[in-house]
Write a protein that binds this ligand. Structure first.
Ligand SMILES: Cc1cc2nc3c(=O)[nH]c(=O)nc-3n(C[C@H](O)[C@H](O)[C@H](O)COP(=O)(O)OP(=O)(O)OC[C@H]3O[C@@H](n4cnc5c(N)ncnc54)[C@H](O)[C@@H]3O)c2cc1C
Length: 499
């Protein structure tokens, strides 16, 4: 069984050299996921000189761990909740702008003949029982108000209590799309660097972007890093969540092509779809979301998803399991554009689990702003917006939770655990010399000890047993057993004590 996402099975490798000297460009793009690569495409086509700086390999962030579904509507919190925070014009804009982004992706697939299994499929939201009925009913009404043509009497491949379908949505292999797009656009005007981690961005008359291999001087910077690196106001307005995926083969019949969202809880769905791989056709299910660093036994998440599949299908084998992160905005709308009115740094974040479309849309909006062109959706998604009323409930909820995590972990008395208590493969936060440390014992018995204090804003990291990482429960930064940044807003590695 693999612990990497299904898309790698059929995607080409990305092979871009790291940056090894200083360069000057018009726009430095930090992050080579769908947001960064799409922005690089638009801006370089418009005559800007751009450089994409990717810490790992193109597409290997959230893009390569997503479900590959493209749709005009949204997942959590649902159109009806966004409408209740704003108005019905807002959800019309959301749906219209997202439809434009899905079409944009389809056009790129055609333009570059990208072999990423793009196809138009129906998207359905349903519930099997009473659990999610109220959500589905409200969402159906909101979808209609937002201008979506819905099909009510869809023929579902299983028993459905309440549901509706929107036809002509889409699916693809997101990793293959992004890697192919990156390869197609690389040119003198558009340089792309893998294995090039940005460690600092400084704004002055120009922006200076620091990497180990060289400095990039740019007039503007786009932080296409899923959550912007460093400290930004939006971090206080977003909740970081992890979600899990399981891919299985079946004996017998698979569900037809489509995006199937089953409301398994009153406000939470599982997402299902199929994809053909070298291991045969795979049915995948994604769900079991929880706040980063706040699930004690996260193996349970995979087990719950497997049980869900086994109860409904004749599962032959489990072939893929993986997990990924999403950032939920307080008012249900992503943050896209300049981080503050007078900044030179654009951000694109708060996509929830809808960011293949939102990331594409973000790059369309930001590119227009960089090029000085009007974009009719700029205001809707403006990153520097303040929506105290729309965000209030979620803001308080997320930040009470952050405050609780901050205080709970720092100031409660901890037991003076012994290193000997840490068994093979286990990670534990321990107090050593009055300071919190993350202690991990690897399979050879060697201890890896790092500071447990997140380098972003000082919360105490928690151990993630499934992914063997130190995860910050406050703003979602994640670190390896030796303290290296894996994802999230932190720039700097954890202090190493023993590695
Ligand atoms: C389980 C799950 C399923 C999902 N399924 C869907 C779906 O079906 N449809 C949908 O629309 N959305 C989905 N999403 C959401 C979607 O995956 C993301 O919103 C989207 O991929 C974000 O793209 P991005 O380019 O902004 O970020 P990423 O793809 O994460 O790209 C950011 C890049 O920045 C790089 N980076 C980070 N720090 C640095 C640094 N210091 N220097 C240089 N580079 C750096 C990272 O390595 C990464 O490659 C899902 C999310 C989850 C969690």
């Amino acid at each position: 069984m693999s612990s990497i996402s299904i898309w790698k099975d059929k995607a080409e490798e990305s092979f871009f050299s790291p940056l090894r000297h200083d360069i000057t460009v018009d726009v430095a793009i930090v992050g080579g996921g769908i947001t960064g690569i799409t922005a690089a495409y638009i801006l370089s086509r418009a005559g800007k000189k751009v450089a994409v700086l990717e810490a790992r390999k193109i597409g290997e962030g959230a893009t390569g761990s997503s479900t590959g579904n493209l749709y005009c509507t949204i997942g959590s919190p649902g159109l009806h909740n966004v409408k209740s925070k704003f108005n019905h014009e807002k959800i019309k804009e959301v749906v219209e702008s997202r439809a434009a982004a899905v079409n944009f992706i389809e056009e790129r697939v055609k333009e570059f003949d990208i072999d990423c299994d793009f196809k138009r499929v129906p998207w359905s939201l349903f519930t099997e029982d009473e659990a999610g009925k109220s959500f589905v009913e409200k969402e159906k009404k909101a979808a209609q108000e937002a201008g979506l043509a819905i099909t009510e009497n869809f023929s579902y491949p299983w028993k459905v209590n309440e549901g509706f379908t929107v036809e002509n949505q889409a699916q693809f292999n997101p990793l293959q799309y992004v890697v192919s797009l990156a390869k197609s656009i690389k040119s003198a005007n558009c340089s792309i660097y893998d294995l090039t981690k940005v460690t600092d961005v400084e704004e002055g008359d120009v922006c200076t972007v620091t990497t180990a291999g060289g400095k990039v001087t740019a007039s503007q910077v786009i932080m296409a890093t899923h959550s912007p690196k460093g400290i930004y106001a939006v971090h206080m307005n977003m909740g970081p969540y992890r979600e899990y995926a399981v891919g299985v083969t079946l004996n017998g019949t698979y569900p037809p092509a489509g995006t199937w969202w089953n409301m398994v809880k009153p406000t939470e769905h599982y997402s299902m779809r199929t994809y053909d791989t070298s291991k045969g056709r795979i049915l995948m299910v994604l769900g079991e979301m929880h706040k980063v660093g706040q699930k004690e036994n996260n193996h349970e998440c995979y087990e719950t998803l497997k049980k869900y599949l086994r109860e409904r299908f004749d599962v032959a084998s489990v072939e893929f399991t993986w997990s990924a992160q999403q950032f939920k905005p307080a008012d249900g709308i992503p943050y896209i554009g300049l981080s503050t009115g007078n900044s030179k740094t654009y951000i694109a974040t708060g996509f929830s689990a809808d960011g293949l479309t939102y990331g594409t849309l973000a790059s369309m909006i930001i590119s227009d702003e960089v090029l000085g062109k009007e974009n009719k959706w700029s205001d809707t998604y403006k990153a520097s917006r303040i929506t105290p009323i729309a965000s209030a409930k979620e803001f308080i909820k997320e930040n009470v939770n952050v405050a609780v995590e901050f205080i709970k972990d720092r100031f409660t008395k901890t037991e003076a655990d012994e290193f000997a208590d840490v068994t093979i493969g286990q990670g534990k936060v321990m107090e050593i010399d009055g300071k919190k440390h993350g202690v991990y014992r690897d399979e050879t018995g060697k201890l890896h000890v790092v500071s447990a204090v997140c380098t972003h804003m000082g919360c105490i990291n928690h151990w993630n047993e499934v992914e063997q990482s130190w995860d910050c429960p406050c703003h979602g930064s994640r670190f390896s057993i030796d303290g290296e940044v894996l994802e999230g807003p932190a720039y700097t590695a954890l202090n190493k004590v023993i590695v």
